[in-house]
Write a protein that binds this ligand. Structure first.
Ligand code: FAD
Length: 353
């Protein structure tokens, strides 16, 4: 019998892509199992890394560490794949109300790192700006579609991608390795997004899936060097198209695009866009979010051959490269995982089946 692989990686979304990239860099042997019929959150994401969040425009968790890490990581992977995967894209804030304008002005003069002023007149040909504009710097756009496709091609070339459905019922845990169908490995790493909610071993984690939708629209002449944001975001997509969204639904009956969302976006666009636009698509997906808003990273407390990297929520673009690397470093060298992300914090609920 041939010796086991180091890892079986389940899923090739954003997390599975980074996990397999870092496994490769660490010189590990692995295969990636991906079921293309299962929807991927990454495929519909706008790909924005925004260092601030919310009505109070505060910095996001760990951003001082995550942002420089992400910039280096996407540049490095882009170089490897001969693609530009990351682009600096300032967010132009089209203040939707007096309150938001005041919030911005307050933050500009209090603990400000990422905000700056701009000229509203530069954007008036396209947008109504009754409350003026502002800018978030150090924000980035990631070309997720190119990244997934190029990495998939790489895996296929290296005979490391198996397009199949992974069912945890087919997993056999033997003393020193795990078996799945004809493959054996020292570890299985679950990077299967929302599917982990149904995973025999990890389903007790506090997942809280969140639905989001977007319209893909054509807006002639609008610069794709910026991301535009008031109550909705307009983000460069492919070629001359823009991604317009989103919503955050905690309760939903299905993952499909809804008429209500489409109508809401049309109403929003009509209220602040001065130029015509054409809707070319309407997409939707489920964010693998959780009640704690912190990732799930690490090995199962009772089954050390089973690992997970999940729960990226709304921030997959910045979290995935950082925590995938942490998990590979932990599995390879025992380097500690950030305790706020380590699933050891759920030791009491991750019981032995
Ligand atoms: C509308 C929307 C907008 C978003 N915008 C942003 C944004 O601007 N910035 C940001 O940082 N994040 C954004 N996100 C969140 C981001 O998409 C996620 O955090 C991230 O993509 C999660 O990646 P993942 O690899 O964990 O999951 P996924 O991308 O869902 O990947 C999971 C993979 O596993 C595969 N799979 C699942 N089950 C199985 C199985 N049983 N067998 C084999 N394969 C399986 C799936 O086919 C898929 O390829 C957005 C999400 C949505 C829905």
């Amino acid at each position: 019998m041939s010796s086991p692989l180091d890892y079986i990686i389940v899923g090739q979304g954003l997390v599975g892509t980074w996990m397999s990239y870092y496994a490769q860099k660490a010189g590990k042997s692995f295969i990636v199992i991906n079921d293309p019929t299962i929807p991927s959150s990454t495929a519909v994401a706008s790909g924005v890394i925004n260092p601030v969040t919310g009505r109070r425009i505060v910095q996001t968790w760990m951003i001082d560490t995550l942002l420089p890490n992400a910039v280096n990581a996407y540049k490095e992977l882009g170089k490897d794949l001969n693609k530009t995967l990351i682009k600096a894209s300032p967010v132009v804030l089209l203040h939707p109300s007096l309150q938001m304008k005041e919030s911005f002005e307050y933050r500009l003069t209090h603990e400000n790192v990422y905000l700056s002023t701009n000229n509203s007149s530069d954007f008036e040909a396209f947008f109504k700006t009754p409350f003026g504009t502002g800018q978030i710097d150090s924000s980035y756009w990631i070309d997720l579609n190119s990244m997934l496709t190029a990495w998939k091609t790489r895996l296929i070339e290296q005979h490391q991608l198996v397009e199949d459905h992974f069912d945890t019922n087919d997993v056999v845990i033997v003393k020193e390795h795990v078996q799945w169908k004809s493959y054996s490995a020292k570890q299985i790493i679950f990077c299967d997004g929302n599917n982990s909610m149904h995973n025999t071993y990890f389903k007790a984690l506090p997942f809280a899936p969140n639905k989001g939708e977007a319209l893909i629209v054509k807006i002639e002449g609008l610069s794709n060097q910026f991301i535009y944001k008031n109550n909705v975001s307009i983000v460069p997509w492919k070629e001359d198209l823009f991604w317009v969204g989103s919503n955050y639904e905690w309760e939903f009956k299905d993952a499909l695009p809804s008429i209500a969302f489409k109508e809401k976006m049309i109403q929003a666009l009509d209220s602040f866009l001065k130029v015509p636009y054409t809707i070319v698509d309407h997409i939707s997906g489920i964010r693998p979010a959780n009640t704690e808003r912190r990732p799930f990273v690490g090995v199962h407390p009772a089954y050390p051959s089973l690992a997970i990297c999940n729960g990226m929520g709304t921030k997959g673009c910045s979290l995935a490269p950082y925590f995938s690397k942490q998990l590979i470093d932990y599995l390879g060298n025992g380097k500690a995982i950030d305790p706020e992300a380590d699933i050891q914090r759920f030791k009491s609920i991750l019981k032995i089946e």
